[in-house]
Structures are given as structure tokens and as C-alpha cells.
Design a binder for this molecule. Structure first.
Ligand code: ATP
Ligand code: MG
Length: 423
């Protein structure tokens, strides 16, 4: 890969997380390559490649099933420092147009090419700015990244506040990498986090959803969650959950922490997890608060459906949750209500429901965190383990009304309203 570019006369380095993780003895997730070749020149070297991206034009080189990202050195964002432009015939003024900065400091487009020294300056953390070349097997370190690897800390290159303003996603990257690597964030780099976190509201919800997946579905969700809370970032990703947590803090915090610990544990054991479950948990406090604010005694299925819809509608304005995730999230919530209604055939239908497993796990999680569900978790556990005749008997036992009165029978089978005070 590197050799291809080098043989064609270009400089090429492995950079970013790949080098960092190798130095830390971790298995790199992927390798990113930085080069002085321009996108069209990279394409000419690798037949199996494609130029992608608008904000950053990079080249994806396909190697069997793997994709390697190759990016051209980019200049620092001071547009008066334009070193190279893609098309030599472009005037300097045109080149400036390719590095567009909004008045807030946010960088909208960033395709001004530069030298390796300039490329270093636009990377985020010092430990992500180590350049490894196979030409002489040397790691180039322009910003003391080695030292910070030894110190196990994340330090922003340049002025942290400015760098968060340029790209607020760096707020999330700081937290994600600190959690993943178990690194500290230096005081200077951490200080602006709480204030800069609100800039995340200017990031397109689709990009934030991608970041959400990296934050919560990569095996470090618990430390990630704790750092998001610690640096006041969480409320900008999940504002409704945050608001709900202000009144029900102990239960909500326990629910989220337990779910994250379980999820991280599952991934560590090589089991699969789904963002659906994470989202169902993360938004559950908001759902409960919404149902409570409606005030109606027991929440009906329709109430739950409506509340679920509202919560999702609001949340997608921040994180663009695709329907293929949000739909099953709502199913998991609805099943929480249906678990209580164990009349006749409904029970078997539920057990065979596509979302039964996830919803049942969710039910157990709620009980484990102190919600009083009147033994529902145990009942469904026993039911699943039971033989057909026993199952029928379990259902029949529930049908015996305590009193012949229609109303009391109804109450018996209706879902218990989630009890929010852990008992
Ligand atoms: P991971 O282990 O998750 O892949 P990574 O550091 O490699 O972590 P990537 O998203 O693969 O993260 O990015 C590769 C490199 O590109 C980073 O190491 C960093 O140097 C640079 N980079 C990525 N995103 C940004 C950003 N928002 N601002 C500045 N530099 C960035
Ligand atoms: Mg990477």
C-alpha cells in the first residue's frame, strides 16, 4: 500500500489511530494513510480506488474486503497560508474558496493541500499526529506525540477552544478516545469541553449519529458515558434524557450504567450487541417522564406508542436515528407494556415476537435497577423455561379473577404503571 505510492515517487505515511494503537500495543481498527499525492494522483496509482467526501476529499482504496483511507496532506486553516491547490491552474482566490470557514469559526470545507508539517497542525491530538513511513521505518513526531503516549494523555494540538470551534465533533473525539484508550485529557484540553459541547448543536444530526455509534457501540460505553456526564456533554446529545434525569437521577443513572456495563461485557465476550437496545435504554428515562407528565393513571399501550413517537421525533432533531433502529426501539418500549397483559393467546404471541428477547432483557434490566414490576421478570423467565402444559397452567392461573367484578379483573391484567421510586 505505502510502497505503491512511494514507488510512484510520492511520500506516504501511516498516520492517526493506526500508529497510536500499535505503539500502545493495541490492535488498530484501521489504517489511515497520508500522502503528498493529490486525490487524482492517488487514484492513478490504485486502480481499485474511489474519491469520496465533500468536506474532506479522500480516496478509498479497496483491498479485498478492506478499505484504506488515503488523504492528501492538508494545510492549516489559515487560508492565507495556501501552499498548494489541487488544480495548478486555479487562482489563489479560487483556492481560498476551497477552505470555507463560517463566521463561528466552524470549518465547512477543507481541501487546501499542504506539506506534512502543515498536515500535522490540522490533526486533533498529539498522539494522533505520529507519521510512520516504511521508507526508512521511522516515526516522525512533530508535536511530542511520543511523550504523550508515554504519559497516556490526550493533548489538543494548538489552541483547544479554537480547535473545538473549528470542528465541535472533536469534543466527542476527546471523550471517545480518552474512554477507549483509558487516557487522561490534559487540563488545558479538557477545560473548554463543557462550554464547547453546546457547539455540537450546529453539527448535522447524521454526523452526530455516526459519532453516537462510535461512542456507544464499541465496547467502552460505560467510561464514555461517565466522561460525557463529567464534561457536561451528555445533555447536548440526549437533551430529553438529561431533563428527565434531573428528577429521577438515582434510578436513571443506575439504569444507564448497568446497561452500559452489560453491553461492554457482552462485547468483551465476543457477543453481539445492537444500537437498538442502547437507544431504548438511553431514551427510556425520557419516555417515563413523558408518560408521567401526561398524568393518566396507568399508561396504556396507545399512550406509550404516542409518547414513544414524540420522544423519537424530538431526538432525531439531534441524532438522525435511522428508522431501522428507531422502529425496533419503539417496539421494545411497547412490549414493556404488553408483558403485563398476559391474557390467553397473547402470551405465546409475545414469546414469538421478533423483539421478545431484547424487550425481555430490557424488562430484567428495569427490575434489576429497582423498578417494581410485581414479579413480571420472574414470571416470564419461568414461562420461557416451562413445558407447554405448564405454560398453559401459568396463563390459566392468571385468568382466575380475584373478584368477579369486571373492573378489578381488568386492573389485574393491566400493566402496572412503571414505579419510579426504586423499592
Ligand atoms: P480510531 O481508533 O477510532 O480509528 P482514529 O484516531 O484513527 O481513531 P479516525 O476517525 O480514524 O480516528 O481518524 C484518523 C486520524 O485523522 C486521526 O487520528 C486524526 O489524526 C485525524 N482526524 C480525524 N478526525 C479529526 C478531526 N475531527 N479533527 C482533526 N483531526 C482528525
Ligand atoms: Mg482510524
Amino acid at each position: 500500500m505505502l510502497y505503491g505510492l512511494i514507488e510512484a515517487g510520492y511520500e506516504a505515511y501511516i498516520v492517526g489511530g493506526g500508529v497510536r494503537d500499535l505503539l500502545l500495543g493495541l490492535k488498530p481498527k484501521d489504517f489511515d494513510i497520508a500522502t503528498n499525492a493529490h486525490p487524482d494522483q492517488i487514484r492513478a496509482v490504485f486502480r481499485n480506488s474511489r474519491i469520496i467526501g465533500r468536506r474532506f476529499r479522500i480516496v478509498h482504496v479497496h483491498f479485498g474486503r478492506e478499505i484504506i483511507e488515503v488523504s492528501t496532506f492538508r494545510a492549516a486553516h489559515n487560508i492565507d497560508n495556501v501552499a498548494l491547490v489541487e488544480d495548478e491552474t486555479l487562482s489563489r482566490a479560487d483556492a481560498k474558496l476551497d477552505s470555507v470557514r463560517a463566521t463561528s469559526g466552524l470549518i465547512l470545507r477543507d481541501n487546501v493541500y499542504g506539506t506534512i508539517e502543515e498536515d500535522v497542525q490540522r490533526r486533533d491530538f498529539t498522539v494522533n499526529a505520529l507519521y510512520y513511513t516504511v521508507k526508512n521505518f521511522v516515526v516522525h513526531d512533530y508535536v511530542d506525540g511520543f511523550a504523550d503516549i508515554d504519559r497516556r494523555c490526550l493533548r489538543m494540538i494548538g489552541n483547544p477552544t479554537e480547535r473545538y470551534r473549528e470542528d465541535p465533533v472533536r469534543v466527542l473525539r476527546a471523550i471517545r478516545l480518552a474512554a477507549k484508550l483509558d487516557f487522561s485529557i490534559t487540563a488545558e484540553t479538557a477545560a473548554p469541553l463543557p462550554l464547547c459541547a453546546q457547539l455540537l448543536e450546529s453539527i448535522p444530526p447524521a454526523r452526530l449519529f455516526d459519532e453516537f455509534l462510535k461512542l456507544f457501540v464499541s465496547g467502552n460505553s460505560l467510561p464514555t458515558y461517565r466522561l460525557l456526564r463529567r464534561y457536561d456533554v451528555f445533555q447536548h446529545l440526549f437533551p430529553q434524557t438529561w431533563a428527565a434525569m434531573q428528577t429521577n437521577t438515582a434510578y436513571c443513572d443506575l439504569l444507564l450504567e448497568t446497561a452500559f456495563a452489560n453491553t461492554d461485557g457482552r462485547l468483551a465476550e465476543g457477543k453481539t450487541i445492537t444500537p437498538v437496545f442502547m437507544l431504548a435504554v438511553l431514551l427510556w428515562p425520557a419516555l417515563l417522564a413523558n408518560l408521567r407528565s401526561n398524568g393518566s393513571g396507568l399508561a396504556s399501550i396507545t399512550d406509550t406508542q404516542e409518547a414513544g413517537q414524540n420522544i423519537i421525533d424530538e431526538q432525531v432533531q439531534r441524532l438522525a436515528i435511522p428508522k431501522r433502529f428507531s422502529f425496533p426501539v419503539r417496539e421494545i418500549w411497547e412490549l414493556q407494556q404488553k408483558f403485563a397483559d398476559r391474557r390467553g393467546k397473547r402470551v405465546e404471541l409475545l414469546v414469538n415476537h421478533k423483539r421478545f428477547r431484547a424487550a425481555f432483557d430490557f424488562l430484567l434490566l428495569r427490575e434489576q435497577c429497582g423498578e417494581n414490576l410485581q414479579g413480571l421478570g420472574k414470571w416470564w423467565t419461568t414461562y420461557q423455561e416451562a413445558q407447554p402444559e405448564q405454560r398453559a397452567a401459568m396463563v390459566a392461573a392468571l385468568q382466575t379473577p380475584a373478584a368477579p367484578h369486571a373492573n378489578s379483573r381488568r386492573r389485574k391484567v393491566k400493566s402496572p404503571r412503571p414505579n419510579l421510586t426504586p423499592t
